[in-house]
Design a protein around this ligand. Structure first.
Ligand code: HEM
Length: 207
């Protein structure tokens, strides 16, 4: 059986990257292969993605993408737009790394925000994101149960502006549902024009 670290080096997103300088390209391939099995997927807003059985995660651009994948979503890590110093300290203190052995559940939630969002200025977006919607404050309360990573697709010309990725133990599934429910009720989410919610479980193949 592959251990989580083995799996990591080939397929999984590896660590929390709040202060990382290097960019990391990632590709999520929906199809018939991959360690992550789809439990359910639904279009929360806007058009759905074709239904698939599995998702393969590739973080090395040179690794082959599984052939015949009905969809491929690409993103790249980037600098933080909204986090302030005291928030970063709180995040760094509390956020767990990805790839914990007990975190066998994941959510891949691709999101596209509206033209109205992108027409706002940076200070207007920050005010909606945190001062009025409390995205970071709310999210912090769910750490360390939930590990997260964020990839940007907008500047790559991708259909989704963001690929959000979360890992948690099965016992924390309801907690994750609670968190996403709170965020969807905020002013920030009024600017979400496309969102697909894909829930996954990790199946490690025996060799
Ligand atoms: C687990 C708790 C969570 C924490 C601690 C958290 C924290 C953060 C932080 C700090 C940022 C800003 C990064 C920056 O400064 O650029 C961010 C961005 C974002 N998060 Fe979360 N988040 C959490 C959960 C979620 C959930 C459940 C979703 C739902 C899909 C989500 C979706 C997003 C999106 C789409 C962005 C990009 C927003 C933008 O740049 O317009 N987050 N999150």
């Amino acid at each position: 059986m592959l251990s989580r670290p083995d799996l990591h080096s080939t397929a999984l997103v590896t660590s929390v990257r709040m202060t990382k300088a290097a960019r990391l390209h990632v590709c999520f391939a929906g199809g018939g292969t991959g360690a992550w099995h789809v439990e359910r997927m639904s279009a929360v807003m806007g058009p759905p993605l074709p239904a698939v059985d599995r998702v393969a995660v590739r973080e090395d651009q040179n690794l082959p993408v599984p052939p015949g994948s009905p969809w491929l979503l690409r993103g790249v890590t980037s600098y933080e737009r909204y986090v302030q110093r005291r928030e970063r300290s709180a995040l760094v203190e509390r956020q767990p790394a990805l790839g914990r052995p007990e975190a066998t559940c994941a959510a891949l939630i691709p999101i596209r925000k509206s033209a109205a969002w992108w027409e706002l200025t940076q200070d207007e977006r920050r005010a909606i994101f945190e001062e009025r919607s409390g995205h970071i404050t709310t999210g912090l309360a769910y750490l360390p149960a939930i590990a997260r990573d964020l990839y940007h697709g907008r500047d790559l010309g991708e259909p989704f502006d963001f690929l959000t990725w979360f890992e948690y133990a099965r016992a924390s599934s309801e907690l994750f549902d609670e968190l996403i429910g709170k965020l969807r009720a905020t002013e920030e989410w009024a600017y979400v024009e496309r969102e697909v919610d894909i829930r996954l479980t990790l199946h490690v193949e025996t060799s």
